[in-house]
Design a protein around this ligand. Structure first.
Ligand code: NAP
Length: 246
């Protein structure tokens, strides 16, 4: 078990990629806080995770709300004893071509995807710094590197996460904190379920491995970065995209 006894706080973990990370980390022996805006789904996910034999609780969290973040992360550390792993996974899309993109769609995406990760990382670092140990893993996206028509807000937020990750890696390496990002390609979740079969077929043509990824593909990369095997890795981006961007 690669994460035996570690305590992990995962944002947006009630479903999709975040939930897969939670289940995968639990199978490796980690205790998991499922932090999400959707408390009902978070509670259901925490129940599934604790059935794997680890401690798991649901925490109501809007990552874009500073007061909520401070209170949630502090109470997690108090309840679990240590704060070993933060996964900045919560994210949303509000797509539209730039000329038609409303300011509120830009703000909503940047506030949750980028500012949310800044707020959670800042609070986690206060605790991890005192422990002289911590792993921060942020879920970026392939579109941070390629851009994507219709996603000016989303691709900017995901590119911002790379700058945030590298900066945290430089500022806090001396306190034993590692910061890395995982950049998934197109993964089968609720976020991509809304796309038509035609769009998905077009996507597959652009993927050398010929298929969309699964949430477990992303979870495996996150678990690796959280594990001891990746202790000498910081400030990096691990691409999980079937070869669609190299
Ligand atoms: P998802 O199925 O939509 O799950 C995201 C979770 O985050 C949902 O439970 C959502 O709750 C929650 N959430 C939304 N706003 C939040 C907030 N303010 N505070 C806390 N939680 C919040 O998405 P996913 O596909 O698993 O994506 C997970 C991450 O991977 C995201 O950062 C996404 O950008 C990234 N990613 C996904 C793909 C892909 O192809 N799926 C590719 C690259 C990167 P509600 O459902 O109630 O809103």
């Amino acid at each position: 078990m690669r994460l035996e006894g570690k305590n992990a706080f995962i944002t947006g973990a009630a479903q999709g990629i975040g939930k897969s990370i939670a289940m995968g980390m639990a199978r490796e022996g980690a205790n998991i806080a499922i932090a999400d805006v959707n408390m009902e789904s978070a509670q259901a996910a925490a129940k599934e995770v604790s059935a794997l034999g680890v401690k798991s609780t649901a925490i109501q969290l809007d990552v874009s709300n500073q007061d909520n973040v401070v209170q949630a992360l502090k109470s997690f550390a108090l309840e679990y004893g240590t704060f070993d792993i933060l996964v900045n996974n919560a994210g949303i899309t509000r797509d539209g071509i730039l000329m038609r993109m409303k300011e509120e769609d830009w703000d909503a995406v940047l506030n949750i995807n980028l500012k949310g990760s800044f707020l959670c990382s800042k609070e986690a670092i206060k605790i991890m710094g005192k422990q002289r140990y911590g792993k921060i893993i942020s879920i970026s996206s392939v579109v941070a590197f390629t851009g994507n028509a219709g996603q000016a807000n989303y691709s900017s937020s995901k590119a911002g996460l790379i700058g945030l990750t590298k900066t945290i890696a430089k500022e806090y390496a001396s306190r034993g904190i590692r910061a890395n990002a995982v950049a998934p390609g197109f993964i089968q979740t609720a976020m991509t379920d809304v796309l038509t079969d035609e769009v998905k077929d077009e996507m597959k043509k652009a993927i050398p491995l010929g298929q969309l990824g699964t949430p477990e593909d992303v979870a495996d990369a996150v678990i690796f970065l959280a594990s001891k095997e990746a202790d000498y890795i910081t400030g990096q981006v691990l691409h999980v995209n079937g070869g669609m961007y190299m």
